[in-house]
Design a protein around this ligand. Sequence first.
Ligand code: ARG
Length: 545
Amino acid sequence: MLSYAHELSQRFADLTGIDPELRPATRPEFGHFQTNVALRLAKTRGQKPRDIAAELVEQIELGDICEPLEIAGPGFINIRLTEAALADGVTTLLRDPHTGVAKAETPQRIVIDYSSPNVAKQMHVGHLRSTIIGDCFNRVLTAQGHEVVPQNHIGDWGTQFGQLLEQMDDEGLDASTLTLDEADALYKRAAARFKSDEAFAERARKRVVSLQGGDPLSRRQWEALIAISKDAFNQTYDRLGVKLTDEHLAGESTYNDLLAVVAAQVEESGVAVLDAGALCIFVDGYDAPLIIRKSDGGYGYDITDLTAIRYRVEELGAERIIYVTDVRQHSHFMQIFAAARTAGYLPESVVAEHVGYGMVLGEDGRPLKSRDGSAATLASLLDAAEAERARAIAIGAIKYADLSTGLNKDYVFDLDRMVQTQGDTGPYLQYAHARICQVERKAEAEQLTVPDAVTVLAHPSEQALALLLSRYGEIVADVAETLQPHRLCTYLHELAVAVARFYDDCPVLRSEGEVRQSRLGLIEAARRVLAHGLDLLGIQAPERM
Ligand code: ARG
């Protein structure tokens, strides 16, 4: 469904050739929108603005949706939608199974790389952001009819496994009996020793080689580490209510067998060159090259990402690829995309985007820390929030706080603020939804049915609500394109505020007859949009609070 503003802009543009730049009317007496298009045309045409306004009012065909247009002041045009047009819009929304969200004209296959924690390590607050944001993109793009392929690029390969396996042997530990907490602690011990104990470091380096060479014992321990990590990740995903499962796991090790193939390809084509024994891709504008193969023959993060692109395009059929990581990796991905285009792995027809997010800060304005001074674990934050509120509300509060500011900004993890039912918070939106449910329950108790049509919209607060509802589909389309969830948050918050104002001004159950029925329909439309929008953010909409 198109918003009225969109429809009106279109008709003005068809007639005048320019965007009318509609503004919301400053007062209800002036209607719903105003445009200064006549004043702007007057300058280019050298005519009087009021004359042009009169001409436009005469020529434009808006009779089906607007009251007669009015000319104000020096030549502004005031536009008032008819009550019937507004009511029809809400009725259409009420009867639309997709709540006004249009399907994309050309559905795409879209790979989203998100969450991507590291094996044998606790998920930290950065992974919280990637998981929540990626899940939101997944929901929004799926709602538009795209085929989303989530890829959880977990860190399950690399030199740290040599350290882990050696340390485990030294301590006589069996990976399959460890919890993720214990594995995390083990990893810290191993990493510290790797730095201080040269003999251990040497053993660890050899151990990676034997793991990568397929040594059965190393392989088994490595698989056990992955299994316990996966279980812990899945518990967190369940708790967060995100749509990630084992079928979306595609960790770094997935690409292992392809790395040598890609290295040979880029070397042969001349895209990569040898530099001090290492195979490198130099990309214009970057100080350091991408390392395709280290001088000791090892492979790392860069070639794995390059290979993953090739796989996603060729094997998964990706037409758009979205990466969600912290902003510090932005230049890494820009460099990878550029190299992938040169190497022929990323055709121009495939869009690749990196969405970077900022840091989560403690109330002291520094990166959020746990009690022992390490980066805060995700589990500890969820525990703290759930101690304050029931799970659906606690998780909703955290997600809303995360999604509602521009992604690339840092934000302060202020638990007290985010769980409030007042202000720009998740619980405020959930409360708006629950309050409508409560009114509907009362209506039912009074034998009233909630209709699927709206017929009367006389009060400005009813009209304001109807106007906002008509914009929902466009907001979702905008988020799908720009990947900026805070715009949906802002919209839903405005909607919740408009609902509250409507309650203040317009009694529902204490009104009568057609007005009461129409108002029940109006709040039902608002309820549906709130529930739908919250769902796209991955936030539950409880019926009671
Ligand atoms: N495992 C990495 C980390 O924890 C994130 C991986 C992101 N995805 C990728 N394709 N590089 O920082």
